[in-house]
Write a protein that binds this ligand. Structure first.
Ligand SMILES: Cc1ncc(COP(=O)(O)O)c(C=O)c1O
Length: 434
């Protein structure tokens, strides 16, 4: 009989992959609740990065062994990311980070825009999906902002539909909010945008550690993520539909070919990080195969000899199924515990019936305590949380919390435990004296 995915997640195995989780602060175990700012990396990623520097370190396209191995390594990392996002390898552009990639695309898209053309943005988004588009206002492009429902920090979909017109050329929207955790219905947003002939640019940076991404199913035109937010090295990855990557004119040096994706990747890339990206995708696949194995229903190709071996994509999806179940349990416990703390306010969805519309990222404020004070006191006790706006500046300004320190952000990912949730809640209670 199939076990539940919760039973299938092997937390001791997962935590053993991440050496940094073993650190202590002032004699207390470190509790990494800073995933939304950047996650920890498994040993396999560390090994791949140092292994590359030890044995393959070279520039690309040289007529010698290490250079050829570098070319092969980059091709295999690209193929891994294509499996991760469910697209083809030539639709994957590797870059410094999400922000830089977004400026590259916005500048190129801006070449084709005219005064009076419109771009739709939201009050929920990280500034990296705002400022690169607002830069196009210089050329006469108009920007329209989609409202949020203030009571639960969800996107106002009625307002979004209202803001779309025949002049809309692009909708830039986050898949999930890095501040309050709201997950947006980007498939529906893409459908609405396409009806108006507009493109969609999806910021999946915050969504990627929590759920599988399928760009084909979303039908989005662009989607961007950062590998350091999902257990990989500090880099960004962009998916672009082949037709757009070919049609748009990049700003590039002459030595870059006109072939995609090379025409979008300028200068020498960070090869050791790219080696880490391939290992990071393999980490998900490894986790997923273990999850499938634990179901014991032959989905891995055993015991039935007729079953085909599981693909890397299927293994990644299985990993995320288990991750989702585990994070959901942590989220329920965390929200129930937070709501019991007097004078604490959670910004975002708190109704369990709508938990499928949020991830396990919590923005809170407690009357009488600044977010910085709370984060500092938690930090002294070994809890790594964040305070401020985390560049979701539109949101903190819109909710009028920017001037008073923003939010305290508690971010859960799959290596966190129930025990860590309970200890965080106890530490918070102790700090605020309840
Ligand atoms: C939702 C979201 N979008 C974009 C970014 C920017 O990513 P990068 O640091 O790769 O430019 C971040 C980083 O915090 C983020 O959380």
């Amino acid at each position: 009989m199939k076990e539940t995915p919760t039973a299938a997640i092997n937390l001791p195995w997962i935590r053993a992959q991440f050496p940094s989780l073993m650190q202590t602060v002032n004699g207390n175990p470190s509790v990494f609740l800073d995933g939304p700012g950047g996650t920890q990396v498994p040993q396999s990623v560390i090994d791949a990065m140092s292994g590359y520097l030890k044995t393959n370190n070279a520039n690309t396209h040289g007529a010698y062994a290490t250079s050829r191995r570098t070319d092969e390594m980059i091709a295999s990392a690209r193929a891994a990311m294509a499996d991760f996002l469910n697209c083809d390898s030539d639709e994957i552009v590797l870059g410094q980070n999400m922000t830089t990639l977004t400026y590259a695309i916005s500048r190129s898209i801006g070449r084709d825009l005219r005064p009076g053309d419109e771009i739709v943005l939201t009050y929920l988004d990280h500034d990296a999906n705002i400022s690169p588009w607002r830069a196009l206002e210089e050329g006469g492009v108009s920007v329209r902002f989609v409202e949020i429902n203030r009571e639960n920090c969800t996107l106002d979909m009625t307002d979004l539909a209202r803001k779309l017109t025949k002049r809309t050329k692009l909708v830039a929207v986050g898949y999930a909010s890095n501040a309050v955790g709201t997950i947006n219905d980007v498939r529906e947003i893409t459908r609405l945008a396409h009806q108006m002939g507009a493109l969609t640019y999806i910021d999946a940076v915050h969504y990627a550690p929590h759920a599988a991404i399928d760009v084909r199913a979303l039908d989005c035109d662009f989607l961007v993520c950062s590998t350091y937010k999902f257990f990989g090295p500090h880099m960004g990855v962009l998916y672009g539909k082949r037709e757009h990557l070919k049609r748009l004119a990049p700003y590039k040096v002459r030595a870059n070919t006109d072939e995609i994706p090379n025409c979008w990747e300028w200068g020498t890339l960070n090869h050791e990080c790219i080696a880490g990206i391939a290992a990071c995708v393999e980490y998900f696949a490894d986790l997923g195969r273990r999850v499938l194995e634990s179901y014991g229903d032959g989905r891995l190709g055993r015991p039935s000899s007729e079953a085909r071996p599981v693909t890397r994509r299927a293994a990644i999806e299985a990993a995320y199924e288990a991750i989702h179940e585990h994070e959901r349990a942590l989220l329920e416990r965390m929200i129930a515990g937070l709501l019991e703390i007097p004078r604490l306010k959670i910004y975002g969805i708190t109704d369990p019936a709508r938990f499928h519309e949020r991830c396990a990222t919590l923005a809170v404020r407690i009357d009488g305590h600044t977010p910085l004070e709370l984060a500092t006191k938690l930090g002294e006790r070994g809890f790594f949380t964040w305070d401020g706006n985390y560049y979701a500046l539109n949101l903190t300004e819109h909710l009028d919390v920017e001037k008073s320190g923003g939010f305290l952000r508690i971010g859960l990912v799959h290596y966190n435990t129930v025990d860590e949730v309970d200890r965080l809640l106890a530490a918070l209670r102790e700090i605020v004296g309840v």
